[in-house]
Design a protein around this ligand. Structure first.
Ligand code: TIU
Length: 221
């Protein structure tokens, strides 16, 4: 089923059998108080408004049989995959690996590192645990997409200018068409969200296309 998805800078033809919905890092560590995001000094409530539109897309994608992938940023409990430059930077209230109210910060298997209940993965939906910001670095995402013949990614999640942007850039260089629904991502810095989206769609869509949940749902129907 190929449909035309309304987007900027131009509509994108989408073959839904060759499309994946990629939901980036909708983890308690970024969205709830007491996690990594708040430890960096951020107001985590700013990310909450992305949950409802992502949920709408997720439910429709599941219903339509579109391939759904979730990612989580996080590290091994022994921190062997966490670069010192990442662990030691800045002056967070809790460093990666320290124990907070949702368990150890950004550590795989801890409650805070898991995905928020509203968007929890269903059995059969791959969850990519990634040590970096981009979902392609040090993960098996690329072969997973290649084996399924995926050409287009609908990329949602947090934060717009960090993990969503890095993933879109990595995907663009690997040949994927990336569409970012603007209301399905969010940032601790509203101005970075706006600029991040502008950077994707500038210059004829230098990294991809920007749409919104309403237009993606219309194209899915
Ligand atoms: N701090 C911030 O904005 N983001 C991250 O550290 N990771 C993600 O964006 N997932």
């Amino acid at each position: 089923m190929v449909t035309l998805l309304a987007a900027e800078p131009e509509a994108v033809p989408v073959n839904w059998e060759r499309t994946a919905l990629v939901i980036i890092d909708m983890q308690r560590d970024f969205l709830e108080p007491g996690g990594f995001g708040e430890s960096l000094g951020n107001d985590v409530s700013l990310l909450a408004k992305a949950v409802k539109p992502i949920k709408a897309l997720l439910e429709r994608a599941r219903h339509k049989g579109v391939f759904v992938i979730h990612t989580r940023e996080g590290h091994r409990p022994d921190l062997s995959d966490a670069p010192r430059a990442k662990v030691e930077r800045g002056a967070p209230s809790l460093r990666i690996g320290a124990t907070g109210p949702m368990g150890r910060i950004l550590i795989r298997g801890e409650p805070g590192q898991d995905i928020i209940p509203e968007l929890y993965p269903k059995d059969g939906e791959p969850v990519i645990d990634k040590p970096g910001k981009g979902a392609f670095f040090a993960t098996d995402l690329h072969p997973m997409l290649v084996y399924r013949g995926i050409e287009t990614l609908i990329v949602c999640g947090v934060t717009t200018e960090v993990c969503v942007h890095t993933t879109v850039r990595e995907a663009n260089d690997r040949g994927y068409r990336c569409v970012v629904p603007s209301d399905c991502c969010g940032s601790y810095f509203p101005e970075f969200h706006e600029m991040g989206l502008k950077m994707i769609k500038a210059q004829g869509g230098i990294f991809g296309w920007v749409s919104d949940s309403k237009r993606v749902l219309e194209a899915l129907d």
